[in-house]
Each structure stands twice: as C-alpha cells, then as structure tokens.
Design a protein around this ligand. Structure first.
Ligand SMILES: Cc1ncc(C[n+]2csc(CCO)c2C)c(N)n1
Length: 220
C-alpha cells in the first residue's frame, strides 16, 4: 500500500465529515451566511501567512533539489496565487489593511499553524509533507465533491469563485506532485516511521475539521 493510501484510509471518517459540515454545505448550496464567510476569509488569510512559512522551512530541510523546488514553488504560489482568491473576497467585503491587522487569530487557527510549524522545525522533509497534505489536498476533494453534488455551485455569483478556484488545475496539479513525492520519500520507511507520519496526518486532518467548525461558530 502506498503511504498516501495508508494516511487517507486512517482519516476516512474525518475527511467524510468535511463535506457534511454545515459550513461546506452552505458553500455547496449557496446559503452560507456572508458574515460567516467573511470571518472565514480573514482567518484563512492569517492562516496562509503562517502556512507559507512551513514550506519555507521545508526548503531549508530539503535533501534534494527536486524537493527544494516543490517547497519553493508552494511559497511562491502562496504569496502570489492562492491569496488571490482571498484578496478577491476581501475586496468584495471591502476589508482594509487596518481591519486585517486588527483581526486576532482564533485559537483553533493559532493551534493548527503552531502545530505545523513545530513539525517543520523539528522534523524532516517527508513529515513536513505529511503535515501540509491535509491542507493542500482536502480542499481539492471538498471542492470536487461540491461540484459532483451540485454542478451549479460553480456558477454561484458569490461562492462560485471559491469552488472553481479550489477545483481548478492550479491547485490540483500541485497535489499530484505532493502525493508522488511523499510516496517516493517514504517507500522504505519502517512501520514506526509510517505510524509517526500517520499521527501527524491525523492531527492535521482533525485541525482542518476544527477550522470549519471555528468558522461556522465565528469563534474568537
Ligand atoms: C485552513 C485551510 N486549509 C486548507 C486550505 C487550502 N489551501 C491552502 S494553500 C493551498 C495550496 C497548496 O498548498 C490550499 C489548497 C486553506 N485555504 N485553508
């Protein structure tokens, strides 16, 4: 079994809960309250700033030029590309730089990024990839499942851009490389090493679910 198959089978119930979550279902049918989505976009922007640093540490930990490139492409993509979805919505909500700077990180947000940064500082390149995989890949699965359940979600005047953005090839192409690299780097891992990788992936998958819950409740 490939490492990524093992990781995904260990978290199948958590991943199934993403698309069943009321926040994600609200994006799917277009009924999500705008104030909840605005809260989410602001928290997610703050999240992505920290998440980019996880890749930046990955660059320093990479043992080959290929892995170094994978990490550095993501840093570039995050600082130039991913945040465009967020910038678009922040424009729609007319969020000023002052409002963004004055937004405190909610505790689940802070915990999630702190955990990933700890893995990045303490562990190796494959463990860093396992930590970011839930984030990078779950949005592809979520957006594609939304489109399967409701193909018209892509045309929604407000939430359509979010769905199209995350189901689009800009994100999904990067995930193929991410999954392949993690499998390649861990093909000779021992059972203990694989179990440790699974623990990291389970923790991050739980954090992803907690992030949806945090956004739904607009937690402080
Ligand atoms: C909490 C949270 N989790 C995942 C993503 C999705 N995401 C963030 S960066 C990226 C590109 C690949 O690393 C993707 C798909 C998000 N925006 N917020």
């Amino acid at each position: 079994m490939k490492t990524t198959e093992r990781l995904l089978s260990a978290t199948a119930d958590i991943w199934a809960a993403y698309n069943a979550h009321p926040f994600v279902m609200g994006i799917q049918d277009g009924t999500l309250a705008r104030d909840k989505f605005k809260y989410y976009i602001l928290q997610d922007y703050l999240y992505l700033e920290e998440y980019a640093k996880v890749f930046a540490i990955g660059i320093a930990k990479a043992k080959s030029l290929d892995t170094m490139r994978l990490f550095s492409r993501q840093v570039n993509f995050l600082t130039e590309g991913e945040m465009n979805i967020h910038r678009g919505y922040m424009g729609a909500f007319t969020v000023s730089q002052e409002e963004l700077s004055a937004t405190p990180r909610a505790l689940d947000n802070l915990s999630y990024t702190s955990y990933m940064l700890r893995v990045a500082y303490e562990e190796g390149e494959a463990e860093i990839l396992a930590a970011i995989l839930s984030c990078a890949y779950s949005y592809e699965v979520i957006a594609k499942t939304i489109l399967k359940n409701n193909p018209r979600a892509a045309e929604h005047p407000f939430y359509g851009n979010w769905v199209k953005g995350y189901a689009g090839s800009d994100f999904c192409d990067g995930n193929v490389v991410l999954l392949d690299t993690l499998n390649f780097l861990t093909c000779n891992y021992t059972e203990d090493q694989l179990q440790h990788l699974t623990d990291i992936f389970v923790a991050c998958s739980r954090y992803e679910l907690a992030f949806w819950e945090m956004a739904w409740n607009m937690s402080k």
